[in-house]
Design a binder for this molecule. Structure first.
Ligand code: HEC
Ligand code: HEC
Length: 238
């Protein structure tokens, strides 16, 4: 019941309204101060307190990711390039400018990460995962993940997110969704090209290795180096 009241309250907060609500037991009136932290409480129901998430399940952390990346994902969900049945409707009526503010807010948060997950695959499979991350696989034209996601795998500005501190199930789901075309990015969609070259064993090896790495401090994305990306990716929207 409390959970439901909070969710209803938070959802209206997102639409800028102060809330008055009645509980079954009596009248419970409360007003929500108009700050970004309050307006985005709806998001924290799933993404964890202040958007930090946990090391389990399908919910990605959003705190501290590059603002350009978060903004393009919010546009992707709103405009149908990505879909989540609970989340997409929340964004349907929000303007570009407001989504940009939300992205800036979560990106600026600098919060501790959850501990890494425990390994679930044998060492040989995990070595394959690490090798793909650091070197790719030239025989199958797979570039190293670090070429775009950064040597420390903490992401590169403005549009490439870090890959550490994310749950294994989430990573598996995203790479799977790109392989099948369920998740799309602004074209040219380099992750679609890469995911199609991975087989399912590669996907689980990558996810297992990535999810079990500690997140370095600082975990912020680094600036892009001068060298061109190995495959062209879509630009972050202005
Ligand atoms: C009902 C649960 C739920 C709520 C509420 C919710 N989200 Fe999400 N969100 C998810 C799930 C699940 C995903 C992963 C979806 C997928 O598999 O692509 C996601 C993905 C995202 C991503 C992409 C992250 C990444 O690394 O690519 C962003 C950004 C995001 N949500 C922002 C928000 C914001 C901002 C709000 C509040 C307006 C919000 N979410 C509310 C469940 C939720
Ligand atoms: C050519 C550059 C490039 C390479 C190489 C690359 N990525 Fe990406 N990756 C991106 C970009 C750009 C995005 C953001 C896409 C978007 O806007 O949705 C991304 C996003 C992702 C995401 C989504 C993260 C999230 O929070 O939802 C995952 C997972 C991912 N990449 C895994 C990998 C793995 C694993 C490899 C190596 C096998 C790899 N990437 C190699 C450019 C690259």
């Amino acid at each position: 019941m409390i959970y439901l009241l909070r969710l209803i309250g938070f959802l209206s907060a997102l639409g800028f309204t102060a809330i008055t609500s009645a509980s079954a037991a009596g009248v419970l009136a409360f007003t929500v101060p108009d700050s970004m932290a309050q307006r985005t409480l709806a998001c924290t129901v799933c993404h964890g307190k202040e958007g930090r998430a946990t090391n389990a399940g399908f919910f990605p952390r959003i705190a501290g990711k590059p603002a350009g990346y978060l903004y393009s994902q919010l546009l992707n969900f709103r405009d149908g390039r990505r879909y989540n049945k609970l989340m997409s409707p929340l964004l349907a009526t929000l303007s570009d400018a407001y989504l940009r503010e939300i992205a800036d807010y979560f990106s600026a948060l600098d919060l501790p990460y959850p501990p890494p997950q425990a390994a679930s695959l044998p060492a040989r499979r995990r070595e394959r995962g690490e090798s793909l991350v650091r070197h790719g696989d030239t025989a199958r034209d797979i570039p190293a993940c670090t070429a775009c996601h950064g040597a420390a795998i903490t992401g590169t500005e403005p549009g490439v997110p870090g890959l550490l501190g994310l749950p294994r199930d989430y990573l598996n789901a995203q790479l799977g969704a790109w392989r099948t075309g369920q998740r799309k990015a602004t074209p040219p969609d380099c992750m679609h090209a890469i995911a199609q070259r991975l087989d399912m064993a590669d996907v689980s090896a990558l996810s297992d290795w990535l999810a079990t790495q500690p997140v370095p401090v600082p975990a912020k994305a680094v600036l892009v180096s001068a060298s061109p990306l190995p495959i062209e990716c879509g630009k972050v929207p202005k």
